[in-house]
Design a protein around this ligand. Structure first.
Ligand code: HEC
Length: 138
C-alpha cells in the first residue's frame, strides 16, 4: 500500500491544454514551425484566410479533414488534410485552433471547447470537406 499512499494528487479543476504543444505534436510535420507550410505540398497557416476567417472553418477542417483543390494566399494546393476528430478531444481541438489563430501575426480570436462540441454534434461523422463547401463562410 506504500505506492498508493505516495500517489500524486489528482489535478484540480478542468485540464488546460497547451495549443502550442499539440501543434508541435500533430501539425508541425506538415505545416512547419512558423506555420509557413511547404510550397507545393502543405499550405501555410500563417496568414491563411481560412485560419483567420470564421472559426467554423478550422473546426470543420480539424474534425473531418479537407481534400481537393484549395487556394491559400494565392497558391493552389491539392492534398489531403487528415481528420483529427478521433485523435483529439474538443478541448484539444479548441486549444490548437486558438494557437494557430493567435500565432504568426494571425491575430484572430480564440475558439472554445463548446464551439467545437456544437459542430461535432451537429455534423456527426462524415468524410473530408472540400474548400468549396467551406467557402460559404466568406
Ligand atoms: C499529413 C500532413 C498534415 C498534417 C499532419 C496536418 N495538416 Fe493541415 N493540411 C494539410 C493539407 C495537405 C492541407 C490542404 C488540403 C487540400 O489540399 O485540400 C491542409 C489544410 C489545413 C487547413 C486549411 C488550409 C490552410 O492552409 O489554412 C488548416 C486550417 C489546417 N490544415 C490545420 C491543421 C492543424 C491545426 C493541424 C494539426 C492538428 C494540421 N493541419 C495537421 C496537411 C496536414
Amino acid at each position: 500500500m506504500e505506492a498508493y499512499k505516495n500517489r500524486p494528487k489528482e489535478p484540480e479543476g478542468p485540464i488546460v491544454y497547451d495549443g502550442s504543444k499539440i501543434y508541435a505534436q500533430q501539425c508541425v510535420a506538415c505545416h512547419q514551425g512558423q506555420g509557413q507550410g511547404l510550397p507545393g505540398a502543405f499550405p501555410p497557416l500563417a496568414g491563411s484566410e481560412w485560419v483567420t476567417g470564421a472559426p467554423e472553418i478550422s473546426i470543420k477542417v480539424l474534425l473531418h479533414g479537407l481534400g481537393g483543390e484549395i487556394q491559400v494566399k494565392g497558391n493552389t494546393y491539392n492534398g489531403a488534410m487528415p481528420a483529427f476528430g478521433a485523435v483529439l478531444n474538443d478541448a484539444e481541438i479548441a486549444a490548437v485552433i486558438s494557437h494557430i489563430r493567435g500565432s504568426w501575426d494571425n491575430g484572430a480570436g480564440e475558439v472554445t471547447e463548446e464551439q467545437v462540441a456544437t459542430i461535432r454534434a451537429d455534423i456527426g461523422s462524415r468524410g473530408a470537406w472540400t474548400a468549396a463547401e467551406l467557402a460559404e463562410y466568406f
